[in-house]
Design a protein around this ligand. Structure first.
Ligand code: GRF
Length: 203
């Protein structure tokens, strides 16, 4: 059985959805570790409450991002982690970290990439006035919100939409397709062609 870690910096609603999917058997790998750079992250608190293994390391305690990532990698190797899921983890990985887990880091982003990269994907799309936005699950490479796309789902922006109602719709879709992408990855159903294209095989 594969072992995976979920990285969080915030509320952790995606972590919760993943945890529930594990409990229902929709994800068969073991959620072996929840890691956070923020001691007060809601996701970390949730993980502690439900009895998951947790780890917090503060980037400020390290001289540079690479020494932080080196320490994180040591802990991941000790915990025998096979792949990583970033669910609202607000720290960029160094190239060193990515090389340690090539095509083994899965991220979720609340827009249809490559549009609206960055921290405010939902707000930026709403403010821009798009009529269609959505959710992207992708492998992580060295560039922010850039790696090969695993799954995407569109979300319509209605006439009377508010940022709040759009955020709610986006989160709902996130909680649905993140677990699907993780399940495809763990089953070996994702074949990457070149630098970008992900084919779903043997589903
Ligand atoms: C999600 O919208 C995710 O797409 C983005 O950060 C948010 C995390 O939300 N990367 P939560 O902490 O899972 O509630």
């Amino acid at each position: 059985m594969k072992r995976f870690a979920v990285f969080v910096s915030g509320e952790g609603t995606n972590l919760k959805a993943i945890y529930e999917a594990v409990n229902k058997g929709e994800i068969t790998s073991q959620l072996a570790l929840v890691f956070s750079n923020k001691p007060k992250a809601g996701g970390l608190k949730f993980a502690q409450e439900v009895g998951l293994e947790t780890l917090h390391l503060n980037p400020k305690d390290y001289t540079n991002p690479q020494s932080f990532d080196r320490d994180v990698v040591i802990h991941l190797k000790q915990a025998k982690i096979d792949f990583i899921v970033t669910a609202g983890y607000m720290v960029l990985f160094t190239p060193y970290f990515i090389k340690e887990f090539p095509n083994k880091i899965i991220n979720i982003h609340p827009s249809l990439l490559p549009s609206f990269k960055g921290k405010e994907g939902i707000k930026d799309a709403f403010t821009y006035g798009v009529k269609l936005t959505g959710v992207t699950v992708h492998y992580v490479n060295e560039k922010m919100d850039n790696g090969p796309i695993i799954l995407q789902e569109a979300v319509k922006v209605d006439n009377k939409e508010t940022l709040e109602s759009l955020t709610e719709k986006i989160h709902k879709v996130e909680h649905k397709i993140f677990k699907q992408a993780i399940a495809l990855h763990e089953k070996g159903c994702l074949k990457i062609h070149g630098a970008r294209r992900v084919e779903v095989i043997n589903q």
